[in-house]
Design a protein around this ligand. Sequence first.
Ligand code: SF4
Length: 87
Amino acid sequence: MIDKNRFDSESGYCRMLGHDVLFSYCRIAKDGIPCFKIMDCWFERLPIDDYMKSNYSENEIDKILEKPASKITTIYDLIEQAKKRAL
Ligand code: SF4
């Protein structure tokens, strides 16, 4: 069992933001839940697999690790929804 805030003071370079961030940010980066890249970014330095299993269910982990829809996909979806409303 690994406490949720156990690694909060660890820091590492974030390729999405272009600067160092604390693990405390990574674990809440997506509206209070971990960033979808948390496994990729931390597996070399922390027991991230055990950390995730200690704090989230399998279903939650699957949802957390889902790649977010790209902005283009989102815009496309909005256009499609608007077309349907116009019919
Ligand atoms: S887990 Fe997300 S926020 Fe944290 S370093 Fe990786 S990409 Fe950046």
